[in-house]
Structures are given as C-alpha cells and as structure tokens.
Design a protein around this ligand. Sequence first.
Ligand code: HEM
Length: 454
Amino acid sequence: MDTAPELPYDQRPANRDLGHLQGEYGWPFVGKTLAMFQDPQSLFGHYYEKYGPVSRISITGNKCVLLLHPDHVQRVLMDREKNFSTKMGWQSVMADFFQGGLVMRDYDEHRLHRGIMQSSFKPPAMREYATKIQAIVETTVARWADQDSILFYEEMKRLLLDIAFDVFCWVEDSERTVPKINRAFTDMMEGALGIVRFDVPGFQYHRGLEGRRYLKAFFMDLVDKKRASDDQDVFAHFCREKTEDGEYYADEDIADHMVFLMLAAHDTTTSASTMAAYYLSNETALQDELAAEVRAWPDELSFETVFHSVNPLIGVFYETIRMHPPVPLLLRRTIRESEIGGVRVPADTMVCIPSNYIHRLPDWWNDPDSFDPSRFSEEVAEHRKHNFMWIPFGGGAHKCIGMHFARMLFLLTFRELIGKYRIEYVEDGYFPAKLQHFPFTRPLDGLPVRLVPR
Ligand code: HEM
C-alpha cells in the first residue's frame, strides 16, 4: 500500500487536540485572549494555581501548551533535541510582518543568517553607536525639559525613531527621505499590532503591509551603495558582512533582516523606558540616589559600565523588564511528539511561555508584584536561583541579539534624564495608573510627566 510521504514540519497544520491535558480553552475562537489582554498576571496565575506548571490554553487563535516552570522554559529555549521550532511558533501570529526575520528561521538556516548581524553588535561598532546615541539623547532630553510637560511614551517613541535613522540606517538627503520612511515604519508597527488582519485597503493591517513593502524596497535599493560606502550604521555593517564562503549575503535577505530588526528594536525599548519612567516617577528617593550615582560617572562611560556591570540604574532596567517584559510571550511549536514535565505533547503543538508570569512565579520570586530593583543587586541577585526564571531577552539560539544595545540605550537615556532632572507625574496621585498590557505595556494615557531641573 502506498503511503503519502510525510510533509515537512513547516508545512503541516498545527495540532489542536490537547484534550488529555488539564486546563481550559475559554470562549470559541478568542479563547482566553481577551482575558490575557486585560490582566495577564491574573490569568496565568489562575492556571498556575489550578493546573500547575503544564496545562492547555487557547490564546492568540492557537491551542497551546502553557509552560510555567523555569525547568520547562530551559528545556524549550535551549532546545537540545531540536524539537521546538521558533519559526512555526511565530508563524501563526506574525508571519506577514516578520517574514525573512531571524525568528522566522530555524536551526542551521538561522545560524547562517544570524551571522549577517553579528559584526553590527560587536564592541567597536557599539562604541560608535554609543557616541551617536549620546548626542541625540542630550539634545532631545533638553527639548523635553523646555516643555511644561510631555507624554513620555510618545516622545520616547520619537526619540527611538531618530536614533533608528542615525544608528541603524543613516541616509543622505535625510530631510526628504526620513519623513516617508517614518510614515512607512509607523504604519508597519501599527499594522503589525492590528487585531483585524485583512490585507484589504482601508484596514490598518493593510497599511502596515504596504509600509513593510515600501521599507523593504527602500533597503533593497540601497544595498549596493551602502556596501561601497564606509558608513558605520547597522545597515552598512549588514551589507558588508560575508558568509563563511566569503560571499555577500543576498540583498533580499539583508532587506528582510533590516525590516525585522527595526520592528524588534523599537517598541520593546519604548515600552521598557516608559515603564521605567513610570515607576521612577513614583519613587523620588530612588531617583535622588540614582542621580548621585550617575553624576559620579565619568562623561565617557567604560565598556564595563555600559555592557556588563550591574549598577543600580541597570537594576531599574532589569526590574522593569521583569515586571513588564516587552516580549511578553515566547512561542514555539513542536516538531515531534515529546514529553514535558511528565505530560505528552504531540507533534506540531504550539507551546507558549508567558515571560510576564514566569517573572512573577510565586514559588521563585519574593513579593513578585512589587517593584524592587535591589533584587538584582550583587548581594541579593534573586534572579540567579535559576538561569531561566528571568528571561526578558529569551534564551538559547534566538536570544535577543540587541540585548546589549537595549541596555546601552537605557543607560544613556536615563543617565541624562535622572542625572539632570527629576521626573514627576503631572497629576498628583497618578500612581497606580491604568496600564495597557498588550502588545506592549504602557500607561494607557501615555504617561504625562514633567522634567524638573536638579
Ligand atoms: C528591552 C528591549 C528588548 C527586549 C526585552 C527584547 C526581547 C527579545 C526577545 C525575548 C527575543 C527572543 C524571541 C524568541 O526567542 O522567540 C528577541 C529577539 C530578537 N531581538 Fe530583541 N529585545 C529588545 C531589544 C532589541 C533591540 C534594541 C534589537 C536590535 C537592536 C533587538 C533585536 C532582536 C533580534 C534581531 C531578535 C531575533 C534574534 C534571533 O532570532 O536570533 N531586540 N528580543
């Protein structure tokens, strides 16, 4: 009897039969997605208490195995068995916007493509970016301080766009080009977050895809020019990078990676910075302590300070992204049947790791819902109890390539802010504000604050 050859794992439909696991799916179609948007901690807390570390849930249109234990996180992210596809995890939610990006590639192909980005994040390149970022941050923060008040979230987004065009892709004739690129980029980001996903004119999603197409064409057209230039932006580094065989990477791949990189870099850092400002504005004494600390730093920060040491300002960054990880869910899909925590997980099953609850697991974190940067100090180092209980940047082969960049950006921005000003809410009694949790956490009203000179 003839049997049809089995399809490759990336062409098979997802398994939706998880009836043998404990858990609940929720409403037809939407499952628990709305509950997750409203209050992710309560939702995942309920699953943890009722069903333990492995259960079934339906979110983002997928029936998933929900994992709530650092051991299981480690197993999936380290993926020693090559059984947890990152590409198939993200495919069902972000395929149109992430296409060609690093998370849409698995194993050997992923390793090869990660090579395109490697040199852009090495120390000499990072030093160049630091100088550029510092200059932009200084003028921008001074402009913020000139205003009676600012919406921190909106201003931070704009600052990061300015940085993106200077550091990621510097262009001549920027006055003419940058506004168009900004529009396309903003459309793409808004489209990627759209709930109604129709590629039909009039829909936000369609505008997003048009933005993506425009940006990709923009980068493709520039590859040869950048390759021949001695520009030191991230894009120019990508263009000049070569494969192990000494060949340049394909133009199309470079353009896809640029588009993905800009998406991956932007909202994540905007959310982290906004939430840090939100907590700091509530803690004047902590701001004063931090100000004393950063004012004692030399103008030119050492490599160690920027990238490695855990200083009190970095404690604030780490604690902010513990409480509100900018990538709140990590998604994977099994390739073969396997077993996690004693539970059988069939092939082609979506696996969901909610970092926003792993970071608050009551059995691992002390008083998990309170903002306490000192838990990251050398003396306490609570996150070191398990290598996979604090995973804002993921882990394993797909660990965030921009992690050091994000840290540098945070340090340079907040050194300027905290060292020279006190950040204050515009409204008395503002804290705790109403937060939006998805897709990125931020105060719903964009965080109105003023900067008061020290
Ligand atoms: C606070 C800021 C950031 C956070 C919390 C963050 C978080 C993450 C996480 C969790 C992943 C892994 C996704 C997965 O395993 O499925 C990731 C991947 C990635 N991030 Fe970030 N990110 C941040 C900033 C940045 C920045 C600034 C850049 C670029 C400069 C960047 C570029 C990337 C890229 C290219 C990947 C894909 C890596 C791969 O698949 O090999 N990220 N990020």
